[in-house]
Structures are given as C-alpha cells and as structure tokens.
Design a protein around this ligand. Structure first.
Ligand code: LLP
Length: 415
C-alpha cells in the first residue's frame, strides 16, 4: 500500500490531507509517512529473516531525528559518515554496536568520538586512514574494529556523481591492493579486522552489479581465510534504487538480495547492508504552492514557493521527481516549467510537465524523502522548510521552519 494516496480527490499522507497540512504548517513543507518508512525497512527484514544480518540505515539520506527514531525502534542500525551523524543517532538512543562508520575523510576527532562510543565497525577507505586510526586507538588505549571498504571496480551504471565502485572513483581501497592492506592491518596492535565492505553506487536499478561486487568480495574473504585472516561480516553497502517515474525499472528487495542469500548460505558471515534511499525516498514528498503562473511565448512557467535550495536533485543531477496536484483540477492541461524563486536558471524542479494549474494550487513533489532536506541550503537567505511526519491520523511537526533571523544569527558586523 502506498502511503500517499488520493481520497475524495485530495492527496493524503496516510489519513491526513495534504491540504490540511499546508494550512497548518505552511509551504514549502516536507511530509513523511511513518508507515512508509516502517514498511520499507520491513521489506529488508522480511527477506533477511533467519540470517544473521543488520540493516544499517545510511543516515545521510535523511537525518531528521524522527526518521532515525522510527527506524531505530523498528530494528535498524545506522551507517554514519560524520561526527554530526554519530551525535544524531546517539540522540535517538541508537546502540553503539549497531553503528558503522563510512567515509573517506574521517578526522582524528571523529575517530576518537566513535572509539569512545564503541561503535560496531569503521569502514576504512585507505592505507593512510588505517595508520591514523591505529594511532588514535593506541592513544586512547582502545582497539578499533575495522573492515576495509574495497572498491570492486564494477560499473553500477548510474549517474557519474553517485557512482562509487569504479577504479576512477575516490572511494575505497583498490581491489588489487586489498589483500596487502589486510595483511598490514593484521600487524597493527590497535585495530581488529572484523569484516569487509563495499558500496558501488546509488540509485541502482539492476541487481547484477551487486552480485558482481559480492562475488569479488567473497573471493577476497576466501583468500584472507586461507591466510588465517577470518572475517566475521560482509557489508554490501547501500545503493538499491527507487522508482521515481512510472517507467523506471524496478528491482524488488527480494531480487536484490537473492544473489546474496544464495551465496551466503553455509558461510559463517554476518551480513550488513547500508540502504539509504530505498528506506526513505518514497516515504516523503515536498509540498509546495504555486505563487504565480507566467505563461510565455516559448515556455509556460509555474513559479512555486519551493526551490533548488530545498530540493537540489533536479538542478544537481537532472533528476526527475514526479509532480502532482494535491487537488486535481478539471480542464485542459498545459505544459509547465515548474520553477522556484531563486535567481538562477538552474532553479527548476521539473521541466515540461503536463498539468492543469491555477495560482495558489498546491503541488506535491514525490519521492523526495531521500537526499531532499539533507541537501537543502539557505541560498538566497531562504529559511529551510518545515518537516512533518504523519502517523495514521496524526501529523507531528518534526522540524519547525527556520526563521530568517536564525540564518544570520551567527554573523557579526565589523566593530
Ligand atoms: N553507504 C555509503 C558508503 C554511501 O556512500 C551511500 C551513499 C550509502 C551507503 C547509501 O546509498 P543509497 O542506498 O542511498 O543509494 N545525493 C545523491 C545520492 C548520494 C549517495 C551517496 N552515498 C542523490 O541525491 O541521488
């Protein structure tokens, strides 16, 4: 069941009308569905039942505390990439032993915080990071549990900005260097080798590259075991895509996990996953109101109150988000450019959309739960939008709208 459905001609989040939410909280406004979050996580748990597995939600996709809280209560662990994200997940009571730390540029201070917290694993991305982590752990009298993030050099076939598993990408340890680095890690006194990790890219709609990466990782697992380096877990990263458009290919969680389940049988390996987008992407919409219609000779513009500073994916990646009216209006459609008020021609949310519009109409920009609010900025001194989570018939404000004064509160004039 989709959590965003039309009842009596009005788009709802679960049982709450988006018209009512717009009146109550204003626009632009992010609206999340608790039910959608939970069912997305349940899909993973259902497929992994019976297996020693931990789904570590990639916090970067949507780090609102309410989102983290809902997922933690439903059994998720977390994949973090900064001290800030670590503090967020601890703020919702996440268990340290359910947290993995990814990222190519962990600072010593971040390592310290994670070591004193006692997280499950550091996903180490380079030889230099390994040496640094060992030194920081030694200074604290601790042992850092590690896996190496191996770059399996597979083509994930996604947008170049979000493809990470190729030789040319900055991520992970080159496949051919991984064995040597594991051997080096085994000689270090303050790291403990516990696993192996990869993440090949994001918004992947074909399960084949995951299977290819997995095979390459399992080969390393066996080579390491032959040398007496026995791993306890394998982390396949995140990356499973969602449907942004009706004609997008769709991969079920089942199809994605099938190669893993088939290959992991009989191996004493715990499975870790780091899905982000798949858990939150379709659980959120961005609600916006049409300020002005500006029909033109060449193009018709619908200027809405959300902009590229709110949802940057269209401007940044040319991403498509479905845009639908909250209340469908009768009449012939026209083709509209859906644009924001920001002073850049790149400020668009959708090109060439066939809609029947009038000034004041409410629109919902769909599949905006992942990499939406987290990537928003205050460009043009635009306060970031409110975030609301719907739970059945209840709507909870989970982040209030910023005020303009807050945006310059940290600034100083010269004496
Ligand atoms: N693990 C690691 C190490 C990652 O770098 C990422 C995402 C994930 C897990 C989660 O990937 P997901 O399951 O969400 O695909 N801003 C871009 C996406 C950037 C993804 C970065 N890494 C977008 O809006 O499409």
């Amino acid at each position: 069941m989709s959590s965003f459905v039309t009842h009596a001609g009005v788009l709802h989040a679960e049982s709450v009308s988006l018209t009512v939410l717009a009146e109550q909280f204003g626009t632009p406004c992010w609206v999340y569905s608790r039910h959608a979050l939970e069912s997305a996580l349940d899909e993973f748990h259902d497929e992994l039942r019976g297996l020693d597995a931990l789904v570590c939600y990639a916090v970067k996709a949507n780090s609102n505390l309410a989102v983290l809280d809902v997922l933690a209560r439903r059994g998720a662990g977390f994949d973090i990439v900064s001290a800030g994200e670590l503090k967020r997940v601890l703020a919702v009571g996440a268990e340290p032993q359910r947290i993995v730390f990814s990222g190519v540029g962990k600072t010593s201070a971040e390592m310290e915080l994670a070591l004193t917290t006692g997280i499950l694993c550091f996903n180490v991305e380079s030889a230099a990071e390994l040496v640094r982590l060992n030194a920081v752990a030694a200074r604290l009298g601790k042992t850092a549990p590690i896996s190496l993030r191996v770059n399996p050099d597979v083509d994930a076939g996604t947008h170049p900005y979000i493809s990470t598993g190729l030789k040319e990408n900055k991520f992970g340890v080159a496949y051919d260097e991984a064995l040597a680095l594991y051997r080096q890690a085994a000689t270090l006194g303050n790291v403990e080798i516990t696993g192996i990790d990869c993440h090949i890219g994001s918004q992947l709609l074909d399960p084949a590259p995951f299977a290819e990466a997995l095979d390459k990782l399992l080969l390393l697992v066996d080579q390491l075991a032959a040398e007496g380096i026995v791993l306890q877990h394998i982390d396949l990263g995140g990356g499973l895509g969602i449907r942004y458009r009706d004609d997008d290919a769709q991969t079920t969680v089942k199809a994605y996990l099938q190669p893993l389940l088939a290959r992991i049988k009989g191996r004493a390996l715990r499975v870790l996953l780091e899905p982000g987008r798949r858990l939150v992407g379709n659980a959120g919409v961005l609600l916006t109101r049409v300020e002005y219609l500006k029909p033109g000779e060449v193009k018709n513009f619908a200027i809405v109150d959300a902009a590229m500073n709110d949802l940057s994916r269209p401007a940044l990646y040319g991403s498509w988000h479905e845009i639908v009216p909250v209340v469908a209006r009768p009449g012939a459609t026209s083709t509209w450019e859906i644009v924001g008020p920001v002073c850049e021609s790149g400020d668009f949310l959708g090109h060439g959309r066939a809609l029947t519009l009038a000034g004041g109409d409410l629109l919902a920009i769909l599949s905006a739960g992942a990499y939406g609010m987290v990537m928003s900025s205050n460009y043009n001194t635009r306060p970031r939008a409110a975030e609301v989570m719907v739970d059945g018939e209840q709507a909870h404000l989970v982040r209030r709208r910023e005020t303009a004064e807050e945006l310059y509160a940290l600034e100083q004039r010269l004496p």
